[in-house]
Design a protein around this ligand. Structure first.
Ligand code: HEM
Length: 217
């Protein structure tokens, strides 16, 4: 594994994002945007009529299943790779808060003064403390909640015992809506943070090629 990764590292470049992660990411990004648009059409069928309610529901369900399968690509990759270290929690509370604070100060102040980034990006430790926590929540809490609540509403009959356990279909639908709002905020902030590299295109390019140019982090 180490030898393979060494081969993938070109001179002056670091291999940050392996192919399965990049494939997962861009399918996921497109899928999320489509899920959000069709979701709004389903929820506010009386306000928008880009497509019929039935078509919006069908497209939403199909894309939902693609996103679920894609989620398992992401999970399967990380569970079988030593790069899972990127998602490990920092268990030392003092380290966690100090590093998180340094990163927050950098984003609110240092970045505008051209200061050095506080986090040293490495293939097995590529996320700064704010990214690490955000991605943990998005991928391991909100994503699964959205999948499960989506499945419950997709087939109310089949999942009636789960729905009862959750407190009824209105509770399930409200949770799905609240997580949707969280995802909208996440995508807007995430897409914006993505342009904060050395050049606005730097992180986007990395997420397509997999490679970071040395000096870009
Ligand atoms: C328009 C939509 C999106 C754009 C433009 C975008 C952009 C980017 C960029 C530039 C990166 C690389 C920099 C970084 O690691 O932060 C990235 C990574 C990442 N994005 Fe997105 N993204 C989008 C949608 C999403 C969605 C919907 C999710 C999850 C629900 C997501 C989750 C992630 C994660 C977890 C990573 C790190 C992946 C890894 O290296 O393991 N992104 N994104």
């Amino acid at each position: 594994m180490q030898a393979m990764q060494a081969n993938q590292t070109h001179v002056g470049q670091t291999y940050l994002h392996p192919l399965p992660v990049r494939i997962w990411h861009w399918i996921n990004a497109l899928g999320f945007v489509l899920l959000m648009l069709t979701g709004v059409q389903i929820r506010y069928a009386d306000l928008f009529s880009v497509m019929t309610f039935e078509s919006a529901l069908n497209v939403h369900n199909w894309i939902g299943f693609v996103i679920i399968a894609n989620y398992f690509l992401w999970l399967g990759y990380y569970l079988t790779s030593d790069r899972i270290s990127n998602y490990h929690a920092v268990l030392n509370a003092k380290d966690f808060f100090n590093n998180y604070y340094r990163q927050a100060v950098y984003y609110s102040y240092g970045i505008f003064r051209g200061e050095k980034r506080p986090h040293n990006v490495q293939p097995h430790d590529k996320f700064n403390p704010m990214q690490r926590l955000t991605y943990q929540v998005i991928m391991m809490i909100s994503g699964p909640i959205q999948i499960v609540t989506g499945l419950m509403m997709w087939d109310v009959k089949r999942f009636e015992s789960w729905i009862a356990l959750a407190g009824g279909i209105r509770v399930v639908s409200t949770i799905h809506m609240l997580v949707f709002i969280l995802f909208v905020v996440f995508i807007l902030v995430h897409a914006y943070m993505g342009v904060l590299g050395r050049k606005p295109s730097t992180h986007y390019k990395e997420m397509f090629t997999g490679y970071a140019e040395d000096g870009d982090h």
